[in-house]
Ligand binder design. Structure first.
Ligand code: GLU
Length: 447
């Protein structure tokens, strides 16, 4: 049994109920097989065993009172997974389905993603099983204030810097930041990223994950002397990532023909390509209803109840941009059958294991930790701007983001080539992300 196989087996027997985490960890560990077999040092220093065990997890009660005066209780989490190359960094997810397993998988992915950006950020993630759907502004504020009343003691610019994720956008970060400032009596800008522009946020942070996703896809296409020009693109979701992707893909002459929500999907044959449509996406999100059907009523396009975009319409490029495991084996088969040539994950672990393996073998595939790293990269740039007490121009941030995404793309291909797996973005991303973290862990001794 190889070193990697042994660690995977131990992990499965220790935490059999942590499905999402096991899925993410298995993918990474399998990619590292050749690397860790070649050099005994990893095994001797038990690097893999240490890598899969979070440095710290905080779980806490979040009590708050709703608009009817009723007491509510949610569970809050922060998984501080790895700080070898920098303070823990990663978003907060507020969603009814949040569990420790989900946040462990996201924090684990974040270690490699953040390493790939080339910026000094470790991996973390947090959140709560609080669902913002149907809550008033006042209720969201009350929840955020209670959440931060515990979280503040575990975070800070040199310790852990949370940001947004599903269910946590500019509004939530504003409330969280306000409460943090009030408790610590310090304007510690770089304690949270994704802040509003008026109090230290970076230009393009809201767009960054989507823009970065498109830059990565552009780099993938360039290896075959192709561009986005005239390509049809199917995306899932209608949130932050989908919004950024629609704008940048349109600018580069691609056509986004689908959006989706928990209620179903819409097909827009003219493309989600106008200011009015992008603004409407923001409106749908701000409504808090979490459904995409209103888009079809507003723009007179077809809505398919409970359907996923992948099976309904042919597309050149498919970009899951909403949640984990939203594209399965059946969807992958349909995509390939209908002529799709490239799938890249805007969302973390957007494809199931069976799906990405098939896509990786048959067409071009790239994983979330590489593709969607633009969001956290611009968070890193936000931290730099905060510590320098200045604010960069749109052009400066966009140029940096573009450069970082091209660099991540190049790192993936180089690492894959070096491992003898030409063009394998999954292996490339995992190996390149790992090598830097492992080097730092080895240098810092057994900690
Ligand atoms: N939640 C985002 C991600 O998955 C952003 C994290 C951040 O900006 O810290 O990378």
């Amino acid at each position: 049994m190889s070193y990697v196989e042994k660690v995977i087996e131990e992990l499965h027997s220790k935490y059999p109920w942590e499905k999402e985490f096991l899925q993410a960890a298995t993918e990474v560990l399998e990619s590292l097989d050749a690397i860790v077999e070649k050099d005994l040092i990893y095994k001797e220093a038990k690097i893999l065993e240490r890598l899969v065990e979070p440095e710290r997890i905080v779980i806490f009660r979040v009590p708050w009172v709703n608009d009817n005066g009723e007491v509510q209780v949610n569970r809050g989490f922060r998984v501080q997974f790895n700080s070898a190359i920098g303070p823990y960094k990663g978003g907060l997810r507020f969603h009814a389905s949040v569990t420790l397993s989900m946040l462990k998988f996201l924090a684990f992915e974040q270690i490699f993603k953040n390493s790939l950006t080339g910026l000094p950020m470790g991996g973390g993630k947090g959140g709560s099983d609080f669902s913002p759907v149907g809550k008033t502004d006042n209720e969201v504020m009350k929840f955020c204030q209670s959440f931060m009343t515990e979280l503040y003691r575990h975070i800070g610019p040199h310790t852990d810097i949370p940001a947004g994720d599903v269910g946590v956008g500019g509004r939530e970060i504003g409330y969280l930041y306000g409460q943090h400032k009030r408790i610590v009596n310090r304007f510690d800008s770089a304690t949270l990223t994704g802040k509003g522009r008026s109090f230290g946020g970076s230009i393009f942070r809201p767009e960054a994950t989507g823009f970065g996703t498109v830059y990565f896809v552009q780099a993938m296409l360039k290896t075959k002397d192709e561009s986005l020009d005239g390509k049809t693109i199917g995306i899932s979701g209608f949130g932050n990532v989908a919004w950024g992707v629609s704008q940048k893909a349109t600018e580069l002459c691609g056509k986004v023909i689908t959006l989706s929500g928990p209620d179903g999907c819409i097909i827009d044959p003219d493309g989600v390509g106008t200011e009015e449509k992008w603004n409407y996406m923001l409106e749908m999100r701000a409504s808090g209803d979490d459904i995409v059907k209103p888009y079809s009523d507003k723009f007179g396009v077809k809505f398919y109840e409970n359907a996923r975009p992948w099976d309904i319409v042919p597309m050149d490029i498919a970009l899951p941009c909403a949640f984990q495991n939203e594209l399965n084996e059946e969807n992958a088969k349909n995509l390939i059958k209908n002529g799709c040539k490239l799938v890249a994950e805007g969302s973390n672990m957007g494809c199931t294991q069976e799906a990405w393996k098939m896509l990786n073998e048959r067409i071009k595939f790239a994983p979330g930790k590489a593709v969607n790293a633009g969001g956290v990269a611009v968070s890193g740039l936000e931290m730099s701007q905060n510590s320098e007490r200045l604010s960069w121009t749109a052009e400066e941030v966009d140029t940096q983001l573009h450069r970082i995404m091209e660099n991540i793309h190049a790192q993936c291909l180089e690492a894959a080539d070096a491992a003898g797996s030409h063009g394998d973005y999954v292996k490339g991303a995992n190996i390149a992300g790992f090598l830097k973290v492992a080097e730092a862990m080895l240098a810092q001794g057994v900690v």
